[in-house]
Design a protein around this ligand. Structure first.
Ligand SMILES: C[S@@+](CC[C@H](N)C(=O)[O-])C[C@H]1O[C@@H](n2cnc3c(N)ncnc32)[C@H](O)[C@@H]1O
Length: 237
């Protein structure tokens, strides 16, 4: 289909799934999980399974701390915070909000504040963390635009590649993951045209994650792409 997940200039770290966080232990204890297992553990913890390597990568790329949006239960936020990284986490429906279809009955792992993608406007100094942004909604792409406009220069995304369960076509186009517009190439009228969407983020590194059967999420690290004449100077990372 022409989608690219891994870029030639993006280093993939050697695969290392070590760690002892509770979700990783639950994952290891279930070599053949049922769909009900996956659903229950996702609701209790998170959609993606952290490893020590993934958490260390987040720590390394967050010298000024993390702002996480769409944080769900705050499971990833809590683990990153345990490493000594300042973390502020937001979700428009923090647990146990009845408005959150995944986490309405879940206990929080971290103090997740109420807020949507607009909060990134005031956190351009921090690294932005987005884990499993909702499929085919526009807010994840809007967050990338807003964080860029706020001067943000480091972005960590955990999820699937273009056409997967996370983000929409514009989100992946902004990340530089599309080499053509699927809507126009295949005449797919139900997909958004991304011909005019310029990539503003450049993939720098990839950390493989363990995942449940049928899922294909990994952790990706991005830096902003500077435009000629861009008045916002990067933070020199
Ligand atoms: C698929 S869940 C992922 C949650 C968590 N990051 C995880 O991996 O477990 C998507 C989350 O995005 C949140 N969300 C929905 N609309 C949002 C918006 N406009 N801005 C930020 N987060 C949003 C939902 O409330 C939900 O908790």
């Amino acid at each position: 289909m022409g989608w690219r997940r891994r870029h030639a200039d993006s280093a993939a770290e050697p695969v290392d799934f070590s760690g002892d966080n509770p979700l990783l232990l639950e994952f290891r204890a279930r070599p053949e999980p049922t769909p009900a297992d996956v659903e229950a553990l996702t609701a209790q913890y998170a959609f993606a399974i952290p490893t020590d390597q993934a958490l260390a990568a987040i720590q390394r790329h967050s010298p000024n701390g993390i702002v996480e949006i769409g944080a769900g239960t705050g499971y990833w936020a809590s683990l990153v915070h345990t490493l000594g990284v300042p973390v502020t986490a937001y979700d428009p429906a923090p647990p146990m909000s009845p408005d959150n279809k995944w986490f309405h009955s879940s206990a929080a792992w971290f103090d997740v504040q109420r807020g949507d993608e607009n909060v990134v406007d005031r956190h351009g100094d921090r690294t932005l963390l987005i884990v499993w942004p909702t499929r085919d909604q526009t807010w994840p792409a809007d967050a990338l635009d807003r964080y860029f406009a706020a001067g943000g220069d480091a972005l960590i995304y955990v999820g699937e590649g273009p056409g997967g369960r996370t983000g929409d076509a514009r989100f992946h186009a902004l990340l530089g993951g599309c080499d053509h517009c699927v809507a126009c190439t295949y005449g797919a009228l139900d997909l958004a045209c991304v011909c005019g969407t310029r990539p503003i983020w450049q993939q720098r590194a990839l950390v493989a994650l363990p995942h449940w059967p049928g899922q294909h999420d990994d952790l990706y690290i991005y830096a902003r792409r500077e435009r000629p004449g861009d008045p916002l100077a990067p933070r020199g990372r």
